[in-house]
Design a protein around this ligand. Sequence first.
Ligand SMILES: [Zn+2]
Length: 183
Amino acid sequence: MPRVRHLAVAAVLAALVLPAAATAAATPATLPAPIAAAASVAQRYWGAVPCGGHLAIVAFRPLVGGAEPGTDAWVTFGSPLGADDLAAAPDTYTNCTIALGRARWPTTASLRDDWDMLCMTMVHEMGHLLGHAHDSTPGSVMAPIFIDYSDEPALCRAGLRAATANGASRSQAARKRTSSTER
Ligand SMILES: [Zn+2]
């Protein structure tokens, strides 16, 4: 059973509607730049746009009851087989949301500082919304826990400039983080 968690998202902080041939230019100004950059990388990584382009990305979300402590991000969606069921065809998913937990990313600055993990996480979560379940193959972006920055997709490494376009630099403390868990 895929380990995805259904959460009732109380408030949408920012919504990203991805057109069929999406570009970063289509991103609403309300979306924090690192999130927009990571979403753009994730689309290019997969060469696909999940959920017919209707995807909400919400940041700074608290964990709610039942979530494992340390969960950094999660997806929710509807499907003909029920909520968050990856066995359904991905083109039937509705109400697709990627949620980023505030424990790991409490501020926009933290999203920039922790770019590598943010980007890997975004690629992973978008993979779920394209129907991919967890895959423990070494180096897979669908691994449920990231433990090695060497697994970072090249597109994420290259995307750092866009994520830090306002001149902020990443902290060493952020670089030393070595793991991330999510659903
Ligand atoms: Zn996952």
